[in-house]
Design a protein around this ligand. Structure first.
Ligand SMILES: Nc1ncnc2c1ncn2[C@@H]1O[C@H](COP(=O)(O)OP(=O)(O)OP(=O)(O)O)[C@@H](O)[C@H]1O
Ligand SMILES: [Mg+2]
Length: 380
């Protein structure tokens, strides 16, 4: 890679709604190098609005329209801050790849009728292009849904491009709000799927009981005992027995669902529930990897879950004899893999290359993803 290779910016705000991850990368084909990063805070009132719009309620269209523009402005500000920090000018950036904020994910595998499937990410890309002057690619998931796919996960193609190694069977697992895994058979992508909850239930349970946004290093989870009856009930969720193309979201794994599972049991200490939720995350990831037709030798973690020391310890115990590490061992900081993925996907789109993996999403074919919102410097 050299300074002549184009620069892209990837923007990611995931299900945890913890921050906007911004990564500037140089990109040539499958070669990607991180140039600068920035974590942009999401103001509390915006987090509240995102939480409120993530389920049905009064005046949804009005609230969504306002929030769409507000998030577009926030994504643009995040990008401008990244440019400022890295002393780059807008005209030096070929494109922004913006994932957007998911406010609904109802893929074919979760829709009662396949035709009612949809996935919605907001954060107006017109506003991003207008405010930054940079060409913006957004709305990556809906083309895959239109082609009969799940629209998710989209990371596996990038995981294969960045982390595959000839002769080794690897899994790359992103533990964000929801967790997703990519299985790499040598240089080939063999499978990819969401495994179920990553941090989302852990975050919501500690927020309810201790008012904290997450369980730092898993200290609270480490203090309790696994409640076996609860764990078995949670593992009986229909998502965990699905095979083939599958993806999920907070629509399936949320506190009301957890409360409904707790309802039929004896009262359980809140700490033990947290420990059990940790086991749920670790066991559902392990089971999904074990169900693959090939034995996975190496597992690499990215996303916020990689910082959770207790989660990493439990996961290593469950996955043994496979080895566990985070993606920094493979040369990429685990915090930026998702944002880099969307920078890379934007480069694919501009190069006229497909971004989805039909064997992962179930789409009827490979598709060029996203909509293009021209910036001031776009040359067609
Ligand atoms: N030191 C830590 N200890 C425990 N958990 C942590 C720590 N640092 C981060 N996390 C967890 O990581 C989460 C954020 O992860 P991340 O940003 O990857 O998720 P996300 O925004 O939902 O992304 P996506 O859905 O795109 O994968 C936090 O909500 C928290 O649960
Ligand atoms: Mg995040």
């Amino acid at each position: 890679m050299d300074n002549g290779d184009p620069l892209y910016v990837g923007l990611m705000s995931g299900t945890s709604v913890d921050a906007i991850d911004c990564a500037m990368v140089r990109c040539r084909g499958n070669k990607v190098m991180i140039v600068a990063t920035h974590e942009h805070a999401i103001p509390p009132h915006v987090k509240t609005q995102i939480a409120a719009i993530s389920h049905s309620g009064k005046d949804e269209i009005e609230r969504m329209g306002v929030l769409d523009r507000l998030l577009g402005r926030l994504f643009a500000e995040a990008t401008m801050q990244l440019l400022h920090l890295s002393s780059k000018r807008p005209e030096e950036i070929k494109a922004i790849g913006s994932h957007g904020q998911t406010i609904r994910h109802r893929p074919p595998s979760a829709a009662a009728n396949g035709k009612s499937s949809f996935s919605l990410q907001i954060g107006d890309p017109n506003t991003i292009a207008e405010m930054t002057s940079i060409t913006t690619i957004a709305d990556f998931r809906r083309r895959d849904i239109a082609a009969g796919g799940e629209g998710a996960p989209l990371a596996p193609a990038f995981h294969a491009a960045a982390f595959a190694k000839a002769g080794v069977t690897r899994a790359v697992v992103n533990i964000g709000g929801i967790a997703n895994a990519s299985i790499l058979d040598g240089k080939e992508l063999l499978m990819g799927f969401d495994t179920g909850p990553g941090n989302t239930l852990l975050d919501h349970w500690i927020a309810r009981h201790h008012g904290q946004s997450y369980d730092h290093d898993g200290q609270w989870s480490a203090a309790g005992q696994t409640h076996d009856a609860l764990l078995q009930k949670l593992l009986a969720h229909s998502y965990f027995s699905k095979t083939g193309a599958r993806s999920t979201g907070k629509e399936a794994f949320n506190l009301p669902w957890l409360d409904s599972q707790l309802a039929g049991l004896e009262p359980i200490a809140a700490t033990d529930v947290q420990t059990t939720l940790m086991e749920l995350t670790c066991i559902s990831i392990t089971n999904a990897i074990r169900r693959c037709p090939l034995q996975v030798a190496e597992v690499y973690i990215c996303g916020g879950g990689s910082h959770n020391a207790y989660l990493m310890q439990r996961l290593a115990q469950h996955l043994a004899p496979a080895t566990l590490a985070n993606t920094s061992v493979l040369g990429m900081d685990p915090d930026w893999v998702e944002a880099v993925t969307f920078a890379w996907l934007a480069s694919r789109t501009l190069e006229g290359l497909s971004g989805n993996s039909p064997m992962v999403t179930g789409a009827s074919g490979a598709r060029i993803l996203g909509g293009l919102y021209p910036g001031r410097y776009l040359k067609i």
